[in-house]
Design a protein around this ligand. Structure first.
Ligand SMILES: CC(C)(COP(=O)(O)OP(=O)(O)OC[C@H]1O[C@@H](n2cnc3c(N)ncnc32)[C@H](O)[C@@H]1OP(=O)(O)O)[C@@H](O)C(=O)NCCC(=O)NCCS
Length: 123
């Protein structure tokens, strides 16, 4: 496995909580996939998990190359899914998948009530 990219991002959970409160479903559906929404909304403090996924999308964009948004990639093209163990994984769709050209996106998430962070390695 030969790493070809790395990205990291930190998100303030209260900022994400405010976006969720102010823009609700419209923000959720523009930014997160149905699977991500179902998982986060089932958690005791959804904002923390949304923030971690937001960080993962930004970190993946850094790993893939930051010009992504200009190239037609949308937020939902980068999806965080979970293995049975709880371990997160990134699945790429659409323009993001094309951009990755077969490379795997490895991700790790961490969060508190204040901060959420993600690291992504492209390999
Ligand atoms: C899974 C584990 C690593 C999560 O760590 P945590 O400090 O409780 O929580 P963090 O905020 O750092 O991380 C949470 C994220 O870990 C990720 N995670 C969950 N299970 C995971 C696993 N098996 N492997 C990798 N990542 C995992 C998830 O992405 C989760 O976020 P999400 O629910 O939004 O998807 C931890 O609970 C664990 O099992 N540790 C094993 C080692 C151990 O037992 N340590 C305690 C004694 S020293």
């Amino acid at each position: 496995m030969n790493p070809t990219g790395i990205g990291i991002d930190l998100v303030e959970v209260p900022r994400l909580r405010e976006l969720l409160e102010r823009h609700g479903q419209r923000f959720k559906e523009r930014t997160f996939t149905a699977g991500e929404i179902a998982y986060c909304d089932a958690c005791a403090d959804p904002a923390m998990h949304y923030a971690a996924r937001f960080a993962a999308k930004e970190a993946a964009a850094k790993a893939l190359g930051t010009g992504l948004w200009a190239e037609g990639v949308v937020w939902t093209d980068i999806e965080v899914v979970r293995e049975a163990s709880g371990k997160p994984q990134i699945v790429l769709h659409g323009a993001a998948k094309q951009h990755a050209a077969g490379a795997n996106c490895l991700v790790s998430l961490t969060h508190t009530r204040e901060l959420a962070m993600a690291q992504v390695i492209l390999a």
